[in-house]
Design a protein around this ligand. Sequence first.
Ligand code: F6R
Length: 614
Amino acid sequence: MCGIIGYIGTKQASNILVKGLKKLEYRGYDSAGIAILDKDILIYKQPGKVINLEESIDHQVENVTMGIAHTRWATHGEPTVDNAHPHTSNNGDIVLVHNGIIENYKFLKDELIEKGFSFEGQTDTEVLVNYIQLIQDEQGLSIEDAVKKALQNANGAYALAIIDKKEPNKMIVTRKGSPLAIGLTDSNDEFYVASDAIPIIEYTQSLVYLNDNEVVVLERGQKMKVTDIYGVEKSYKVKKIDLNLDKVSKGDYEHYMLKEIFEQPATIKNTLYSHLNHENSDIHFENLDELKEKLVNASRIIIVSCGTSWHAGIVGEYLIEELARIPVEVEYASEFRYRNPIITKDDIVMAISQSGETADTLAALRYSKAQGATTFSICNVFGSSMARECDFTAYTYAGAEIGVASTKAFTAQVAVVSLLAIQLGLERNQITQEKANSLVEELKTIPSVVNQIFATDDHIKKVAKNYTETTSFLFLGRGINFPIALEGALKLKEISYIHAEGYPAAEMKHGPIAMIEESLPTVIVATNNEYYDKLVSNAQEVKARKGPIVAVVNDDDTEMIQIADHVFKVPRVSDLLQPIVSVVPLQLFSYHVAVFKGCNVDQPRNLAKSVTVE
Ligand code: F6R
């Protein structure tokens, strides 16, 4: 979703800003813009890619050392030049970039129109910058105080970077609900601002993550000053970020998504070993101690998440209920808090999120916390809002995930919920130490099992070639493989734009079977478990109606292999651990279909990596 980058310092700003925008491209956007402060404010904006913006920038801006820039993911108004950020106030003095939504913008706009303000585009952001001007005009305030006053009357979510040409040595930044990090240097001569750490870390690893409602003044030569929107001074913590830049590049791979799929043996291993005691392989979640009793005695675990992370949540439901016998409910975060859910202080509400910033998941957590529940997150980004706000966080160690389609974050999430389920099972005396040990030992083999699947990539690619003209797919799975059918369908539709529906296999007869015909292939996740015979019958039903079948099966499969048109073989592991394995050929399949179709795999249309608005 929208990305912000800002720089105030001693170096040439526009290069830093454009480079930063390129690093934020993965978040998803449809227009981009930059404002730099020379004698006047110079603004460049373009619809489409950052490269268009870069080509439009006038090269006489070389000595300018301050500016703000933005990639916009359209919410209010189409991705046109007028709607692209930065937005300028009517008097031309104030310019700002914004990630989020000002919900009461219509109300503020009416007031501004009544007072003679005019608007070029349709965005809520243009309203906010003019509202700041109105407050300055009416109350004669500094930019810092005008921003604080304006925000006291603005509802919604925002991360903002603001420049006022009347105060050319300052940049104001603030956030509520949308992420923002500030990079500090030892000298206080320069400051970096961005929506996440990735564009900053090549300059400094000292980052400050702002809290909601904090307003920061960045001034060359001065220590950063933080207050809340009412002017009360706030302290801040500087975090040292250990993010390896090589890991944030594509390396020799054609796409980030492919690199991230192939990183999975390493990311699963990192994640597992980060939560295992090195000496005896006991499961150990750092800092959980205080909450352990609550978790072990929880009357219920409610998992809230979105998209792929929601699928990891369903895998978690099967694992935790099976091994620990704690009732689990898996909720779409976006639906959860709007239906007045019953939450008690004995509930554990667990968010699963790669980014730790997804607006709906964060809101569901906050809602649950306010109702007295204990909150827990499984999350991949250190210092993210969820990690900071939850009572406890178990990190996935997947590294930065840049491809919009989530792959390595998903398998890392499943690795963490597997360990958690085993640990809870043990603590609640639902499984024996031997069973726990054998599951942990098997989990430790998963990285090499995934490596074996990579040896079949050429075959998967060949199969994918058969389906580039297909317009619709059905994905079926059962039991713990049902969420893998959902995930396979989601991967395919998001990067290749082919319609795909995931269904529990037994539900096929209650509706989707009507769609089966020669042109509608069915992907069946049919690894050999207690439902195998039933899945074979489902496959027969599809075949009887001339539907083509692609099946994910175990290496030693004998029946499905006879029925399916194509099979992806995966090594056999325990049923409970099969999802982390079965998903891999489906990730590769959707990747190859999308590449054959010429789709932009890493930045699919309309999608944002981190959905920071509701
Ligand atoms: C799909 C995908 C999304 C995310 C969803 C939640 O490939 O990436 O469906 O899983 O937007 O994002 P996080 O996990 O960051 O909360």
